[in-house]
Design a protein around this ligand. Structure first.
Ligand code: A5P
Length: 224
C-alpha cells in the first residue's frame, strides 16, 4: 500500500508526462501540486523550458524558489495542472479548501487542457462530501451570507484556530457551505450563488476539466 504522500508523487509524476518545452503551464495549489512542482524542478534542471502562471502565492513562491519562470500576464495556457477536493463522474469538482479557488478558476478557464490530480478518496458519483466554497467580498459580508442562506444553504465563514477570519490571496473571505444532500446540478448551484453580488466566485468547477489522474493505493495511476 502506498502512503498518501507517495500517491501524490505518483500522480504528479504522471501529470509531468504532459509537460513539454515551450508550453505555458497553469499551476494550481495544494499538496498534490507541491509534489508536482518538486518533480518539475528536476525536469527544469534537465533542460525543460516552460512559462508558468500560479494559482496561489504559495505555489508562486515555490516555483520562483526553484528558478521556474512565473508570469501572471499570460492570457492562455496550454494546460493547467491542479488538485481538487472532490470530483464526480462527470468531472465536475469542488475546490477551495486550500483557499485558492478564485485564481484557480481564472487559470483553468484560460487553459486549453485542464488536468486534475487526485487520489481515490476524492472521487464520488455525485458531489456531496466537500464544501461549496464561496469567495466573498469583506464589504457587506453579513448581508452576503444572509443571501446565501436565503438560497437554503448553511455554512460557516472560514476562520483560523484563533477565530480570525481567513483572508485569501485576493484579500477576501471564504464561506464554506456544508452540503446536506448530493449536488444534482452543479451549474445551477454555481449560477444561483454567483448571482449574489458579494459572492465573487464559487469552488464549483463544471464543464472545465478534461482529464482526471487518479492515484490508487496500490501505486498505479489511472486516467479518466
Ligand atoms: C485549493 O484551494 C484547492 O482547490 C486544492 O486544489 C485542493 O484543496 C487540493 O489540495 P490537495 O492536493 O492538498 O488535496
Amino acid at each position: 500500500m502506498n502512503s498518501s504522500d507517495q500517491i501524490k508523487k505518483n500522480v504528479a509524476k504522471k501529470a509531468l508526462e504532459y509537460i513539454h518545452t515551450g508550453q505555458t503551464v497553469g499551476i494550481g495549489s495544494g499538496t498534490t501540486v507541491q509534489a508536482f512542482i518538486h518533480l518539475l524542478k528536476e525536469k527544469i534542471d534537465q533542460g525543460l523550458r516552460i512559462t508558468t502562471i500560479a494559482a496561489s502565492l504559495e505555489s508562486e513562491k515555490l516555483l520562483k524558489s526553484y528558478g521556474i519562470s512565473v508570469d501572471d500576464t499570460i492570457t492562455s495556457c496550454d494546460l493547467y495542472i491542479d488538485g481538487a477536493d472532490e470530483i464526480d463522474e462527470d468531472k465536475n469538482c469542488l475546490k477551495g479548501l486550500g483557499r485558492a479557488l478564485f485564481r484557480e478558476k481564472i487559470i483553468a478557464t484560460m487553459s486549453k487542457q485542464v488536468i486534475i490530480c487526485v487520489d481515490e478518496s476524492k472521487r464520488s458519483l455525485k458531489l456531496h462530501k466537500a464544501p461549496i466554497v464561496c469567495e466573498i467580498l469583506p464589504f457587506g459580508f453579513h448581508a452576503t451570507i444572509k443571501l446565501i442562506e436565503k438560497l437554503g444553504y448553511r455554512g460557516k465563514l472560514r476562520c483560523d484556530e484563533n477565530h480570525q477570519k481567513i483572508v485569501t490571496d485576493n484579500g477576501n473571505y471564504l464561506f464554506d457551505i456544508k452540503l446536506k444532500d448530493v449536488l444534482d446540478d452543479p451549474k445551477k448551484a454555481h449560477l444561483a450563488l454567483k448571482h449574489i453580488p458579494g459572492v465573487l466566485e464559487t469552488g464549483i468547477f463544471f464543464n472545465i476539466v478534461n482529464k482526471v489522474l487518479v492515484g490508487l493505493k496500490e501505486g498505479q495511476v489511472i486516467e479518466i
